[in-house]
Design a protein around this ligand. Structure first.
Ligand SMILES: Cc1cc2nc3c(=O)[nH]c(=O)nc-3n(C[C@H](O)[C@H](O)[C@H](O)COP(=O)(O)O)c2cc1C
Length: 351
């Protein structure tokens, strides 16, 4: 494998999504073998307890690399979590040329186009044919599936769960600190940034921006919470856009074993790339699923809500663990702000 091919594979990897644009990946080449590790300095905090979010991002990164390499004629032999002694070591990939590899992989063309779109309203409908193609991409990864709330009762239950979880991100001081620390207010409301969330990507309406920025201060958030701010923000960031979007589905993984979460990230990425090919916009909502797992150390006052979230989610999508909701629809316009990425050199020491 030449140097350019290796670089191209890594570039495809870092185009993957990650919670709060944390990009928690480390790469190391050893000949044609590639090790993917989770970056200790960008993982393991609050919502990423037990590396659930990092494993999802690692799975998405891995899938992007596998898809791109295939389009170049390389097949991946994958060994996941190669060492019990190294919890950050997610995968070792051995690449080899395969004469049988026909190099046609339509998903490869969507890697550079895929992005998170938090705007709304989005038009519909999502045809049953498209839905079936998204389902097939999730099932392409063993054990993974999508659940689509169908009946009004199911949709209402899903909406309630997501709204409660998003509201908690503003009510819980721990989650509030985590959320706002990932927003790079210093770059202003129009520029991109190479790590973390640029305000431009958040689809906050211009008149609300000064207040939203003020809410990063814990004391201001607490004060506004007496007036019900967290509920309003949960309604605005989750309930309203989802109500106005035609598609909502949930990635369901078989268990919370790390290998299943990693596989969930791979499935998530395949679904997202397929949606991109179909001209659809996607916004993930991970809080309900991740908080519902019960691992995240929030204040004792909110622990009950976490177990209620977990129970309601299992009731909705059993068997399996519902992990990430995806809001899907046809965007009326292109997203104006895209998330940036760090330089490739910052992801490892490459020869
Ligand atoms: C595991 C995971 C969880 C995410 N959770 C959310 C979420 O709850 N809300 C949201 O708006 N975006 C969420 N995102 C999207 C990321 O913020 C986004 O991928 C990142 O900022 C990079 O931007 P891009 O997808 O446009 O490349 C999530 C992404 C991943 C991979």
């Amino acid at each position: 494998m030449n140097r350019q091919t290796k670089t191209d594979i890594l570039r495809a990897g870092i185009a993957a999504p990650s919670a709060d644009n944390s990009q928690p990946w480390r790469f190391a080449w050893n000949g044609d073998e590639l090790d993917l590790r989770i970056d200790a300095s960008r993982s393991g905090h609050v919502s990423d307890t037990r590396y659930v979010l990092s494993d999802l991002a690692a799975g998405a990164c891995l899938e992007n690399m596998i898809i791109h390499a295939w389009s170049l004629g390389y097949v991946a032999d994958l060994e996941t979590f190669p060492s019990d002694d190294d919890e950050l070591w997610v995968a070792r990939v051995r690449w080899h040329r395969d004469p049988g590899c026909d190099q046609s992989e339509p998903l490869a063309g969507a890697i550079g186009q895929r992005h998170t779109d938090r705007g709304f309203p989005w038009r519909g409908p999502i045809s049953t044919d498209t839905q079936a193609r998204l389902d097939a991409q999730a099932r392409h990864v063993r054990g993974q599936r999508l659940y689509w709330p169908q009946t009004p009762r199911e949709r209402k239950a899903a909406l309630k769960l997501i709204r409660q979880a998003e509201t908690l991100r503003f009510r819980s001081p721990t989650l509030h600190a985590e959320l706002f620390s990932s927003i790079r207010f210093a770059v202003g409301w129009h520029a991109a940034c190479e790590e973390g969330l640029a305000p431009a990507t958040l689809a906050v309406e211009p008149p609300i921006r000064p207040l939203f920025k003020l809410l990063r201060r814990p004391v201001v958030m607490t004060m506004f919470n007496w007036l019900g701010a967290a509920s309003v923000l949960g309604w605005r960031s989750a309930w309203l856009p989802i109500r106005l979007s035609p598609g909502l589905c949930l990635l369901v993984i078989p268990s919370t074993a790390r290998s299943d979460v990693l596989a969930g990230g791979r499935a998530l990425q395949r679904v997202w790339l397929e949606a991109t090919l179909a001209g659809l916009s996607v916004q993930p909502y991970a809080a309900a699923g991740v908080l519902g797992l019960g691992f995240v150390p929030v204040e004792p006052a909110f622990q009950r809500l976490l177990s209620d979230l977990g129970a309601a989610l299992s009731e909705l999508c059993a068997p399996g663990c519902g992990l990430v909701f995806l809001r899907i629809g046809h965007a009326q316009s292109a997203a104006d702000g895209r998330s940036g990425r760090r330089t490739l050199a910052s992801f490892g020491d490459f020869p």
